[in-house]
Design a protein around this ligand. Sequence first.
Ligand code: NAG
Ligand code: NAG
Length: 401
Amino acid sequence: MAIRRTASTIVVLVLCLALVSCEAFGGGGRGHGRVAGPRRPAGPRLPAGVGVEKAFIQTWTAACNYNGRVRIVVPLGVYKLSETVFQGPCKCQAPITFQVMGTLKAVADVSEYSGSGWITFDGITGLILTGGGTFDGQGQAVWKYNDCKENPNCVHLPAAIYFSQMKDTIIRGINLVNSMGFHMHITNSYLFRAIGLHITSPADSPNTDGMHISKSNLVRIVRNVIRTGDDCISIGQGATNVNITKVTCGPGHGISVGSLGKLPNEMDVTGIIVRNCTLVGTTNGLRIKTYPAKTPSRASGILFSNIVMNNVQNPIIIDQGYHTRSTKPSLIKISDVNFENIRGTSMSAVAVNLMCSSINPCQNVRFNNVNLKHSRNLRLTSTCVNARVGYSGFQYPPPCR
Ligand SMILES: *[C@@H]1O[C@H](CO)[C@@H](O)[C@H](O)[C@H]1NC(C)=O
Ligand SMILES: *[C@@H]1O[C@H](CO)[C@@H](O)[C@H](O)[C@H]1NC(C)=O
């Protein structure tokens, strides 16, 4: 790595993989603003015996232990990287900035991964991940090993970026493509913001959720464009105070609360606000899905507001018998769910489909101004099973009777 002090006392560590480039980074930079690295036509040349992972980890360790403010720069170029963990806590002054300008490419060999992520950030207080670069999970090489459709106990392929035990994180202006599993998995974290991300993988890629959030509090997701083969954003157990604003989804499976109740002793979900989002050509629009569950939990305080649907299969759906042929009613209690100002087009006739649990009927579900149309001008209907629903304002499809 090359180390440089700048006028503003931020220290910039530029990731270097070959001595030649390190010298090139050594002098004359402006600091603080952009760091102009030499443009490499191909991947960087490695000194014999030094893995890319090692170069990343050495740079991370130096930054993390630095006594002051610090920024890591990954210059333009392509870096092929296997499983890598950036571990906190750090001694440097928070936040630590990780500026990725280049493209990180995953090693597409599932046997090389032991944890939940390809790139993991763990236990860090104050991280800014930015830089306009790309995390390319190379999922197309491994999706064929995903058997989750047939095997309910399947092992999930690693998330492209796994955030665990993070406090005060900002990820901004990063691209994620073709992750093996989820593109981003945020868990056990507090104060997390994801802004201006582009997430892209094919419509038929398996379990490639754009973002999955669990056991995290105070999460804000703003202005992201997410095109994947699975949920755009999925909100799992223990997610609380999550705001999702101005996100565009599709293709994919839409915005989901769930699946909940797959594991025993799950934590409640509460305080979810989804606002000003657009869903285009997704299989579901706004969905809450639960398994029958072994132990009870709750999903409550959920607001979907100002949502545009464009050719969505199932615009509004609560499915408490998700993914199961069992007739056992779900132990998960859904309450205080508001749908307001929902408009656009539905591909299927049942545009609103609420299938709640017979032992825990959905309580206090409210619809205010829902204006959907069938994509081919057919009639739309609503179905409600075990749901107490209140209506105000305009309603099309017409309310359940
Ligand atoms: C979510 O939005 C609500 C209402 O605008 C706001 O009060 C709350 O602080 C926001 N929470 C987060 C985590 O951004
Ligand atoms: C959502 O859109 C409405 C209408 O365009 C606007 O008034 C409101 O400020 C927006 N809210 C957020 C949180 O972006």
